[in-house]
Design a protein around this ligand. Structure first.
Ligand code: HEM
Ligand code: PLO
Length: 479
């Protein structure tokens, strides 16, 4: 790797025509977040490469990430046009993959407002999660197998919560429609992996491609199901809808009926529901599975979290949202999980919408920018022993909440995750309710979970085995 001429220019990976820097990226045999982190140790926190023909800046430090996301957030709030996400979103009628535009802005605001309705103030979320946890525990405990892979059960529970939030459906764990939702979602996740070749070379879409075919098939199943839910919701709506909306679809339809009725189309509502759905399931279940994997490696962390739960909540009632302020250690476990294995180790690509600058270098409009959150969350300057799972980093000397800098698991600025507060509530309710009632342990004959992970559209843990035992205090009363 070399520095191009001129003291101020951004160091760039080598490149050849058509393929750009891809041969060097592919030859490394590492997932992008690790490769970029390694390169940044040699070339510095800002370097560039060519993804095929696309000039791309890679940001590997907190200061530069702040510049992209916050200080010049508006300049860098664009999204590149990608074949797979165009299919997924009917040409950008969503929030996450839609390029910056006035319509996107008002659409995002509508979604944000709709989410707030299910936030802090609402007791519904806590009931919904509680019901899902009850089912999940039945499933975890009834299997009575010595050890099993928790991922299917966790995904089912999280999917169920999201189905209730988005369109008020609650399924039994074995329900056929629920299975279908999980199947198509998995299909999309498998075929839409970040950096897919067809997103780099859009002309590839004109050639037969089994991945794209599968993606289209899954999208069709998804759309049929959601259209049905949308039609049902519309049929039930009246002009004088008062009181709180019953779910996200309801909230979106009501918002659509307001002043923006002619811009936010039914397609927008459908794509938003689909996206909230996909984001809600993939991110939350992955984070929970990472945390459980780390608890198996660090039983002392689980014991400390359970002690806190015992002291602050006890065994006589379910955990409530209002308990959150009294459970700083449980919160610190979640924070540390989000730090050490960020769901999105490289954020969704941003693009420069105007002439701008980054780290003192001029940036041309259209430049793609990848923010490597993995490098930021593992920066040795900011984090003592960054590869160790230490929730205490998020506590001060008195055991109160502490927010270290260099931590942005949800991004920041105009493109910050719209689901952040919902996600945090959900993670809190799931994890605390689980640890209140059961303990996770490593089956004696099994190796501890592999913590490397596999990068698809999110960074997932590899399958692992766990044993679940009811806690004596809870078990005596309820089970
Ligand atoms: C965007 C993280 C849960 C909806 C993002 C981004 C990150 C992120 C890193 C990209 C920021 C960027 O491009 O700069 C997470 C994590 C979650 C989570 C760690 C949970 C552990 C959720 C949930 C929802 C959601 C539950 C919805 C119900 C979205 C949407 C965007 C987004 C719509 C796109 C925002 C935009 O481009 O304007 N999220 N997310 N996320 N997230 Fe989340
Ligand atoms: C997950 C599979 C779904 O079927 C579709 C979907 C929609 C939104 C995506 C999500 C997938 C993956 C995680 C994403 C989310 C938007 C924001 C979130 C990319 C592809 C993150 C972590 O950035």
């Amino acid at each position: 790797f070399h520095r191009t001429s001129g003291a101020k220019s951004v160091p760039c990976l080598p490149r050849i025509p058509v393929l750009g820097s891809l041969p060097w990226v592919a030859a490394a045999g590492l997932p992008p977040h690790l490769l970029f982190t390694r390169i940044s140790k040699r070339l510095g926190p800002l370097f560039s490469l060519y993804l095929g023909p696309h000039y791309t800046l890679v940001v590997n430090s907190y200061d530069l990430a702040r510049e992209v996301l916050l200080t010049r957030g508006k300049d860098f709030a664009g999204r590149p046009n990608m074949v797979t996400t165009e299919l997924l979103t009917r040409g950008g009628k969503d929030i996450a993959f839609c390029d910056y535009s006035p319509l996107w802005k008002s659409h995002r605001r509508l979604v944000h407002n709709s989410f707030t309705l299910f936030g802090e103030g609402s007791g519904r979320l806590q009931e919904i999660v509680q019901a899902a946890v009850d089912d999940l525990l039945d499933e975890l405990l009834s299997s009575r197998r010595r050890s099993f892979d928790p991922s299917a059960a966790v995904t089912r529970a999280v999917t169920n919560v999201v189905c209730t939030l988005v369109f008020s459906a609650t399924y039994r764990p074995k329900d056929e429609e629920l299975q279908e939702v999980i199947r198509y979602n998995n299909g999309i996740v498998q075929t839409i992996a970040t950096g897919a070749l067809v997103d780099i070379y859009p002309w590839l879409k004109y050639f037969p491609n089994s991945c794209l075919t599968k993606l289209k098939k899954c999208i069709k199943v998804r759309d049929k199901l959601l259209q049905q839910k949308l039609d049902q919701h519309k049929a039930q709506m009246t002009d004088s809808d008062s009181g709180d909306p019953c779910d996200l679809l309801d909230a979106l339809l009501r918002g659509q009926k307001g002043e923006r009725s002619n811009v936010i189309s039914d397609d927008h509502v459908l794509m938003t529901a689909a996206e909230a759905f996909g984001a809600g399931v993939e991110t939350t279940s992955t984070t929970l599975l990472w945390i459980i994997a780390y608890l198996l490696h660090h039983p002392e962390v689980q014991t400390r979290a359970q002690k806190e739960l015992e002291e602050q909540v006890g065994f006589d009632r379910p955990v409530r949202i209002s308990d959150r302020t009294h459970l700083p250690f449980v919160e610190a476990v979640i924070q540390e999980g989000l730090r050490i294995r960020p769901v999105s180790p490289v954020l969704i690509p941003h693009t420069a919408m105007t002439q701008s600058s980054l780290g003192g270098h001029p940036v041309q409009p259209g430049t793609r920018v990848l923010v490597n959150m993995w490098a930021i969350h593992h920066q040795p300057k900011d984090w003592d022993q960054p590869d160790l799972f230490k929730p205490e980093r998020f506590l001060d000397d008195r055991g109160e909440r502490y927010s270290p800098s260099g931590f942005l698991p949800f991004g920041a600025g105009p493109r910050v995750c719209v689901g952040e507060s919902l996600a945090r509530l959900e993670l809190f309710l799931f994890l605390s309710s689980l640890l209140q009632r059961v303990s996770f342990s490593l089956p004696p004959t099994e190796p501890a979970p592999n913590l490397q992970g596999r990068l698809g559209v999110v960074l997932q843990p590899l399958p692992y085995q766990v044993t679940v035992t009811p806690r004596p205090g809870w078990g005596g009363k309820q089970l």
